[in-house]
Design a binder for this molecule. Structure first.
Ligand code: SF4
Length: 203
């Protein structure tokens, strides 16, 4: 049974204005505060690794509830992936690959960490990797869908749900999604706190 309007509105609030604000502030703050040389420190890598594990868990939860609206996305054909710009933000890059050379606000060269992490591994995405790109959309979007496996996508890609997809969610799915969105925001805030500690040299 579909969720009540009030619960769906709460989901919209978490997925859109609240998440978006958190994403922008945290990515800029993490980039400004992080002592870049600390990315090679063992304690910073360990904490990033722990945050990344948690991120994967929340993105999996959002993927599961996203299964209920596959038909909406199939009809829409990726409008929310429109616009030619790279989607991975600063936190996505350092949390997935602390060795990333792309430490600027927006990546303008190189590729997503997913390509390095998947290199040489069986990941069942061969068809989508070889599929034709969709013009005027995100460089990762193909006619077969996104090239990046769900758990390696930028956080913003998994946090975003359009209104039509939210309308399809059950009450339980809304609860799971809101918990996962809150969890992803907490990870972004904790990455900022880690960045501040790296600057101060405090473990
Ligand atoms: S990375 Fe994938 S999900 Fe994110 S905008 Fe690009 S095509 Fe869409």
């Amino acid at each position: 049974m579909k969720a009540k309007k009030s619960k769906r509105e709460l989901f919209v609030f978490y997925s859109r204005p609240l998440f978006r604000t958190c994403e922008i502030i945290c990515n800029h703050a993490a980039r400004i505060f992080l002592k870049k040389s600390s990315l090679s420190s063992e304690w910073v890598r360990l904490e990033l690794d722990q945050l990344n594990e948690k991120r994967i868990g929340f993105q999996r939860d959002l993927n599961i509830i996203g299964g209920s609206h596959g038909h909406v996305c199939a009809e829409c054909r990726g409008k929310c992936c429109g616009g030619v710009r790279e989607r991975d933000a600063f936190i996505d890059r350092i949390i997935q690959d602390p060795e990333t050379p792309n430490l600027c606000a927006r990546r303008t060269e190189g590729e997503m960490a997913a390509y390095k992490l998947l290199a040489g591994k069986e990941h069942g995405g061969t068809a989508v990797m070889a599929a034709a790109p969709v013009p005027d959309h995100c460089p990762e979007l193909t006619v077969e869908g996104c090239r990046i496996p769900y758990e390696l996508r930028p956080i913003q890609c998994t946090a975003y749900f359009c209104r039509k997809t939210i309308d399809e969610l059950s009450s339980q799915e809304c609860d799971t999604g809101i918990r996962a969105l809150a969890g992803l925001m907490k990870i972004q805030v904790r990455t900022v706190m880690l960045a501040i500690r790296s600057r101060m040299g405090k473990r």
